[in-house]
Design a protein around this ligand. Structure first.
Ligand code: PLP
Length: 398
């Protein structure tokens, strides 16, 4: 009955990760998947999470269904984290928010919502971008296109071209944007560039979808959400997805949020209802454990302060690794400009390495980097950074 179906080739990033695990070499280095590892190469179990789980685990509780839109405390925490404590839009009741199944779940619900509201609209995604954005929106019946974003040879943003591309879009087009820690390049718009972009989005009556999967990994929890808040302050109607996968090291718990900033409280109420209707027909309601832990960490002052310190620690480690990798590469390769490593921020860096160089790194040195040349920086640590920079220098020397 299903013999006609194509075989799924697997996700290219996870496939390369599998190849890495099968590689018998002891000195191998995995820079493929977007997971945060500590300096010991472990995925951290945050102390704030452990303490929240200990408190909640003290009593065994029944497990009824959660509300379709998620826990009220969780949804308030999402609004506060994404839009800020003093947000006018939140206070005015103009923001509809649901607890989502990770950041991916937020994108999926948002995609279904947009397609139902504007069935003829298409979405524009950065070039280069995250492949799964194309898959998620196409899966929801939305055609995907790209706008210019980054020149990987020149290692620079193509901001003027980006503006030109967006100015040419039909009204009510959707535009996928990364407020911070752009995946895959690590290159973000400056505050001034956001200030220039927002009026272009408004003038074109475009509908932005801000995907914030790495809040806190760039410059800070508040700073990273700055573009989302600037957009809300400018009175735009837009969607914002956020994820606790990385900043709470909570990958498998699937905790995220989808918020839609509307023009009025009445509109937000309609939107909230439509989001619920979409969730009801996809997975009905979100899981409880991760939601309760997240809500507790975000709302308890002591746990919140501890979590913010832990996020700062992760952010500082990434920045330190970037500096160290840059220094080592420039020392090993006089004349080579590795400035991109410290100019880019968040988990990812775009190396600009060619396919042949990436292949040589894998085959000759056991250094695994995905085909776009993107490295996941927290895969580096005090034990493997020298080896990595030496391997990269060897490949760059040719
Ligand atoms: N958006 C971007 C840009 C991502 O890089 C990721 C995760 O890698 C996500 C969304 C999805 O996050 P989650 O793991 O919470 O589904």
């Amino acid at each position: 009955m299903f013999e006609h179906l194509e075989k799924y080739a697997g996700d290219p990033i996870f496939r390369l990760g599998d190849e890495f695990h099968q590689d018998p070499r002891e000195r191998k280095v995995n820079l493929t998947v977007g997971l945060y590892y500590d300096d010991a190469g472990r995925i951290p179990l945050l102390r704030s999470v452990q303490q929240a789980e200990a408190r909640l685990g003290g009593e065994l509780r029944p497990r009824p269904y959660l509300p379709i839109e998620g826990l009220p405390a969780y949804r308030s925490a999402v609004q506060e984290l994404v839009f800020g404590a003093g947000s006018e839009a939140v206070r005015a009741g103009r923001v509809a928010t649901i607890q989502s199944v990770g950041g991916t779940g937020a994108l999926k619900v948002g995609a279904d919502f947009l397609h139902a509201a504007y069935p003829d609209s298409h979405i524009w995604i950065s070039d280069p971008g995250w492949d799964n954005h194309h898959a998620i929106f196409q899966g929801a019946g939305i055609a995907t296109h790209t706008y210019a974003y980054y020149d990987s040879q020149g290692q620079s943003l193509r901001f003027e071209r980006m503006l030109e591309d967006l100015r040419a879009l039909p009204r009510h087009s959707f535009v996928l944007l990364h407020p911070c820690c752009h995946n895959p390049t690590g290159a973000d718009l400056s505050r001034e560039q956001w200030q220039a972009l927002i009026p272009v989005l408004a003038a074109g009556e475009l509908i932005p979808f801000m995907d914030m999967a790495y809040q806190g990994f760039g410059r800070g929890l508040d700073e990273d959400a700055g573009p989302v808040r600037a957009m809300a302050d400018a009175g735009l109607t837009f969607l914002a997805a956020n994820s606790f996968s990385k900043n709470l090291s909570f990958y498998a718990e699937r905790c995220g949020g989808l918020s839609v900033v509307c023009g009025s409280a009445d509109e937000a109420e309609r939107v909230q209802g439509q989001l619920k209707a979409i969730v009801r027909r996809i997975y009905s309601n979100p899981p409880m454990h991760g939601g309760q832990v997240t809500a507790l960490v975000m709302s308890d002052p002591e746990l919140r302060a501890l979590w913010e310190d832990e996020v700062a620690e992760m952010r500082a480690r990434i920045a330190a690794v970037r500096r160290q990798a840059r220094e080592q590469l420039e020392a090993r390769l006089p004349g080579y400009d590795a400035g991109y490593l410290t100019e880019q921020q968040g988990m990812f860096s775009y190396t600009g390495l060619s396919a042949a160089q990436l292949h040589a790194l894998r085959a000759e040195h056991g250094v695994y980097i995905i085909d776009s040349g993107r490295i996941s920086v927290p895969g580096l640590n005090t034990r493997n950074i020298d080896y990595f920079t030496e391997a990269m220098a060897a490949v760059l020397r040719g």
